[in-house]
Design a protein. Structure first.
Ligand SMILES: Nc1ncnc2c1ncn2[C@@H]1O[C@H](COP(=O)(O)OP(=O)(O)O)[C@@H](O)[C@H]1O
Ligand SMILES: N[C@@H](CCOP(=O)(O)O)C(=O)O
Length: 345
């Protein structure tokens, strides 16, 4: 039976309200960015999507008259159990704002001389496979951009969010950062130069995302991966990436399901997630189109072609975690794909 943990069905709702307050050269604004799922099975480091909730919130206060050593400071962090750094160069939320300020000074001739203080309200679990580090960065970036009159496009902001990932786990992968800012599915055709393609989602595609109560660091989950793969595996993998993109563009739900196969990362990471194969089987048995590891894990996601099925799938996955050897409690969200990306609340 499912008891202590919780589940939620989420919808895309928050409306734009802009600057929270503006008095005597002091302006306050709140940014929000939701959880993202990297890889989407076959697209290691090149494909990711955003769900609508949960997400991180960042409140920025700009004081034009305050001049201190660092232009950005963190005044408080809640929801992290004291785990996250307050040093502005070490927290992804503040680090990316520093990068953004540097960029607008050198590329847009905007020399910001005041101070931005940042409150981080962490709602996403750390090291979860839900793009937690990217969500903090994306929320802070849209808020900073709005505070300074939107000098950058969202596409430009993605560059700074990716740099935040390097701070979090040592690797500048874009499959969380890009959808956290842009919304939808995002395909990374190339990293140098960065070439991102947003892919709209089929109308009835729902994600069940289940987070077992355990942590798996992205840096560790990357260290177990091979540096080279045999050609046979590569052929399977790029066949599935192409098919998945085609399925998304044509709303071919069966094809989406067939394409959710990962022969590169999943076999190496599955042993790091207690009960992975049972949870995946439970999702398929409950009617999911397909199921795989969310990002680097330990969360697991599944796609369904209706909200009702997605709910049944998510509950079956929770149950399977609970009955696994590790008897893991979990949280679960059922969500459509987020179309909007990071936004001002
Ligand atoms: N604002 C932040 N939110 C989450 N993690 C952060 C943040 N700033 C720095 N980090 C670092 O990144 C690590 C989490 O990153 P990672 O393992 O990639 O998890 P996730 O899958 O949640 O992004 C944390 O251990 C923390 O040290
Ligand atoms: N492509 C990355 C995605 C990591 O996502 P996270 O949410 O676990 O940080 C990888 O697979 O390492």
């Amino acid at each position: 039976m499912i008891e202590a943990s919780f589940y939620l069905i989420v919808y895309p709702t928050p409306k734009l309200t802009g600057i929270l307050s503006a008095e005597n050269g002091i302006k306050t604004i709140r940014g929000f960015a939701s959880a993202t799922v990297g890889n989407v099975a076959c697209g290691f480091d090149v494909l990711g999507f955003a769900i609508t909730e949960p997400g991180d919130e960042v409140i920025l206060t700009l004081d034009e008259e305050k001049h201190t050593g660092s232009p950005v400071s963190i005044t408080s962090i809640t929801g992290d159990g004291g785990a996250l750094p307050l040093d502005p160069k070490k927290n992804t939320s503040s680090f990316v704002v520093l990068k953004f300020l540097e960029y607008i000074r050198t590329h847009k001739q905007i020399d910001f001389t005041g101070h931005i203080s940042l409150e981080l309200k962490k709602h996403l679990p750390l090291s979860s496979g839900m793009g937690s580090s990217a969500a903090s960065a994306a929320a802070a970036l849209v808020a900073a951009n709005e505070l300074l009159g939107n000098p950058c496009t969202k596409m430009e902001l993605v560059h700074f969010a990716i740099e935040g990932e390097r701070v979090a786990c040592g690797s500048a992968h874009a499959d969380n950062a890009a959808p956290a800012i842009l919304g939808n599915f995002v395909l990374i055709r190339s990293y140098t130069p960065l070439d991102l393609i947003t892919i709209p989602s089929p109308e009835h595609l729902y994600c069940s995302l289940v987070h077992p109560h355990t942590e798996l660091r992205t840096s560790y989950a990357r260290s177990v991966l091979p540096t080279e793969i045999p050609l046979k595996q590569a052929i399977q993998q790029w066949g599935n990436v192409g098919a998945l993109v085609s399925g998304l563009l044509t709303s071919d739900y069966e094809l989406i399901g067939r394409a959710l196969v990962d022969v590169v990362a999943e076999p190496k990471r599955a042993p790091l997630i207690p009960g992975f194969f049972d949870v995946k089987q439970a999702a398929i048995d409950a009617g999911a189109l397909g199921c795989s590891i969310a990002g680097s894990g330990p969360s697991i996601f599944a796609f369904s072609s209706s909200e009702k099925t997605a709910l049944a799938v998510g509950l079956a996955m929770k149950e399977a975690f609970l009955h696994s050897k590790a008897r893991l409690e979990s949280d679960m969200w059922v969500s459509p794909i987020c179309k909007q990306g990071a936004r001002i609340l």
